[in-house]
Design a protein around this ligand. Structure first.
Ligand code: SF4
Length: 279
């Protein structure tokens, strides 16, 4: 069976940077925490725990002098201040692309715009971006789709985008704003990593008899990759590790495609590829 990996698959720049920061902080230190699960990948979170890097979810879990890693999604400014105030040494692994969206929201708010964040309500990255707008004295609305755009808006309106949003959704929201007579200022803060992974996955799925998509079941970008692959390759399987592979899935397959979400490290992709080759 031929195993074909999508050209663009696995850990993105921001996730890899956060992982590297965590392992580096752990060298020679014994009280290293991540503020929330570092990435949406249970196996990696377990690996970090085995290395002694624990997940903290409240300030009282952080002993004086400990090190805490802020994950790639970023945090609201108030949380950053609280972490610093708790006496912890903070390693800020906020992805630079997320930081760019945070700064854009703050700038629009400072310049008097009502801020529209195109993104998923409740997502930590979006909550952080909204907090940056609020901190700069602005008001932010989170809009998941054109139907969420509030009525009664007036200019100036500024738009920022959750980094993992699809461009089609941004365009549809902008159309809606324009249909309401508004002239939004748009800060396009979409990161290319998600779109690149989706395009590569679709390409491989079109050539393969079956697809394996690797990544946490709690990872929304991995789940979306699995949906895209399933549209082209009905025999698409979403797994978190090589141990889940069932040889029966690949009966009569000449080619199996492999892709992985942005929170899947190279070691997990390699293990799955190897297991597929040994079937
Ligand atoms: S998807 Fe893009 S913005 Fe998000 S962590 Fe990865 S590189 Fe950063």
């Amino acid at each position: 069976m031929k195993v074909l990996r999508a050209q663009c698959a696995g850990a993105c720049y921001g996730v890899q940077r956060a992982l590297d920061a965590a392992f580096k902080a752990n060298e020679g230190h014994d009280q290293v925490f991540t503020w929330g699960a570092l990435i949406h990948n249970p196996q990696v979170v377990e690996e970090l725990e085995r290395e002694g890097i624990e997940v903290a979810r409240s300030m009282d879990q952080l002993p004086e002098g400990s090190t805490v890693i802020v994950r790639s999604h970023g945090v609201p400014p108030s949380v950053m201040r609280a972490l610093e105030g708790a006496g912890a040494s903070v390693v800020d692994a906020t992805c630079p692309y997320v930081a760019r969206a945070q700064k854009a929201a703050a700038r629009l708010a400072r310049e008097g715009c009502r801020v529209i964040i195109v993104g998923e309500a409740g997502h930590p990255e979006v909550e952080g971006i909204a907090a940056f707008a609020a901190e700069a004295g602005g008001k932010a609305d989170v809009v998941g789709s054109p139907g969420d755009v509030p009525a009664g808006l007036y200019d100036p309106i500024g738009v920022v985008v959750q980094t993992t949003q699809r461009r089609e959704n941004l365009d549809a929201v902008l159309e809606q704003l324009k249909a309401q007579g508004l002239e939004p200022r748009v800060m396009d803060t979409i990161c290319a990593a998600t779109a690149e992974r989706q395009a590569s996955a679709a390409q491989v799925a079109a050539e393969a008899d079956a697809m394996v998509v690797i990544g946490g079941r709690n990872s929304s970008n991995t789940t979306r990759l699995a949906e895209i692959c399933a549209a082209a390759a009905p025999r698409t399987y979403h797994v978190e590790s090589a141990a889940e592979l069932d040889p029966a899935w690949f009966a009569d397959c000449a080619t199996v495609g492999v892709t992985a979400g942005a929170s899947t490290p190279e070691s997990q992709i390699h293990a799955v590829e190897q297991a597929l080759q040994e079937l």
